[in-house]
Structures are given as C-alpha cells and as structure tokens.
Design a protein around this ligand. Sequence first.
Ligand SMILES: Nc1ncnc2c1ncn2[C@@H]1O[C@H](COP(=O)(O)OP(=O)(O)OP(=O)(O)O)[C@@H](O)[C@H]1O
Length: 334
Amino acid sequence: MADDATELVVETQHLTKIYQNRQIALNDVSLSIEPGCVLGLLGPNGAGKTTFLRLILGLHRPTAGWAKVFKQTMSPNAADLRRRIGYIPTNPQFPKGMTPIVYLDYIARLFGLPADVRKPRLATLIRAVDLLPHSGDSIAHFTPGMTARLAVAASLINEPDLLIWDEPTHGLDIEARRSMLELIKSLAAEKTLIISSHNLSDVDEVCNHACVLNKGQMIFHGSLQDLKGRIRKNHYELDLDGEQKAITKSVQVIRAMKDVTHAVLRLRRLEVKLGDETPNALVLAQIFQTLADHKITLITVRSVGMQTEQAYLDLVEREESRGFARLYKDVEAA
Ligand SMILES: Nc1ncnc2c1ncn2[C@@H]1O[C@H](COP(=O)(O)OP(=O)(O)OP(=O)(O)O)[C@@H](O)[C@H]1O
C-alpha cells in the first residue's frame, strides 16, 4: 500500500459489472495500483479480466462501485482521462491499406500532437519497436509479431504513464514473444503497466504484482512473491551423501512413513512429497532423523515448485473446490 493514497495510479472500490442484468462478469473488486507496478492480471477464460480492463479504461460503465485513474473517476465520458492510458486490446487490428508511418501519424494527429512533436516521436517509436525496415510496407502483409509491435508503438504515441495491454503475447511465435517481453521490461522502468495474460511464465518474467480473478471475483492481489509463497510447501528435494546402500535403505524407511506420499531416489537426490494435511516440520524432522540413523549426511534441502504457475493453479483449484463444496452443501440442504 502507498503511504499516501494520492499517489495511486489506479484505484477500484467494489467494482462490479453485470451484463444484461444477468451475467455477473466482475464482482466487488477493490484494489489499488501504485506507480511502477507491473501487474499481471491472471484468470481462467471468462474470469472477468477483459471486463476489468474495460472498466478501468471507461469503455464500460460499472453496475456498482467505481474505478479511479490518476485520482479521477473513470467513466465512458472521461475521454481526456482515457488519453493518458496506452491501451492494446487482444488481437489488435489495423487498417490494412495503411503503412505504419501513415497509421501512427494518423493516431498522433488524433491526439492533437503538432507536427514538430509528431515527426521525431514517430521516428523514435518506430525504431524502438524495430519496425524501421518496414515503416513503408503495407500493414496488410504484417506478421502477428510485427502487428503486435505496431500496437505497442500506437499505445505509446501520447507518452501515457499507464499502459493497459490485454494479452500482448497472444498468438506470437517464440522470437516475437521474446521481443515483446523485452519491450515490456524496458518500459517497466518508467511506466505503470497492467498486463492480462494466460501465460504464467510471461507474468513471472516481467511482472512484480499479480491479480487473480476467478468467476468475476478477485481471489488474490499482491506481490508475485506473495503469490508464490502461497503454494503448499509439501514437495522437497534432498541432496544426500553417504554409502549408496545406506541411502537406499533409509529411503525404504522414509517411503514407509505414513505422511510421506512419494519418495523417489535418483542417485543421491531424494524427492519427497508429503500429504496435504501434514505438519511438514514434524515429518521433515523424522526424515532427517532417519538419515542420521543411517549415517547419511544431508547436504541440502530445497522446497520444490515455487513457480508462479503452480501457485496460480493451486489458488484457482482451491477456490474451485471451495465453490464445489458450497454448491454441494446447498444441494444437500435442499
Ligand atoms: N458484452 C458482454 N455481454 C454479455 N456477457 C459478456 C460480455 N462480455 C463478457 N461477457 C461475459 O462476462 C464474463 C467475463 O468475460 P471477460 O471477457 O471479461 O473474461 P476474460 O477473463 O477476459 O476471458 P478470456 O480470458 O476468455 O478473454 C464471461 O462469462 C463472458 O461471457
């Protein structure tokens, strides 16, 4: 949280969107985004990510709650406020007959940039997104990677401080994706970004915060570090030293422990998984004791799987099973 609430780039309170009086796409989402935050917006299909972004952009009117951008309330009428945001929708489309220069110049004119500002800025942007060799080519012949880079240039033309990009790596090949991630990283030094993505490794690489939506509800908002910290820590790797025979014997004992669900030995590396409800410290202590009893030295212990993808799946899975339990209870009660 910022010490001073006036610093917030985005703030939402009880933000809710119900389409056609029946589809709850976003349900009571309250969060704040500070300057310099690179927020990864995650969630399964239909979770409400695009709806959330469109509400922040003022492209939809909230059914309840509000969104503020740079301390001002966003609404479909707030065109001036919207100009301070660089937006890229999923699968951006451009007029096929135009070249990047003609298109970017057209957008710059829409923003009212005078010619002496327009020209150098266009040149800088085209170079930054690596489209200089194609600046006079027709957009109709652009690859998805080139189209994505043109979208980046267009979203930066008015030098916005807030960038909202909906699935910027969607449909890109490895090379194009890499260049997009590098662009995001370089922009992150000076802008606040909200990036919606299905790709957890992308979020892992470029974001410092995450917001996870599921069925319109926010089930997590915090640092990426916190998200990873939420993972159940029940999977470990132990590097051992000692006689191979003794190691094999100790693993047999460990495997027989009732709270150990999995114990596999590969040479001198032991992988163990503990039961979900297990008090880990206790079982680990038993494992360490067993190793000591067999005169085996424990060189390292690592907690495995501290990956964003795993933490995310864990979170959504737990939320889904809670939802199922609630539904099941309702059915039972009926
Ligand atoms: N204009 C609309 N009218 C009615 N329902 C809509 C509209 N737009 C979205 N929805 C519904 O609202 C819910 C949230 O959709 P949204 O597009 O925000 O999700 P998403 O997380 O962006 O999904 P995806 O990852 O598939 O793009 C979905 O059930 C969707 O069908």
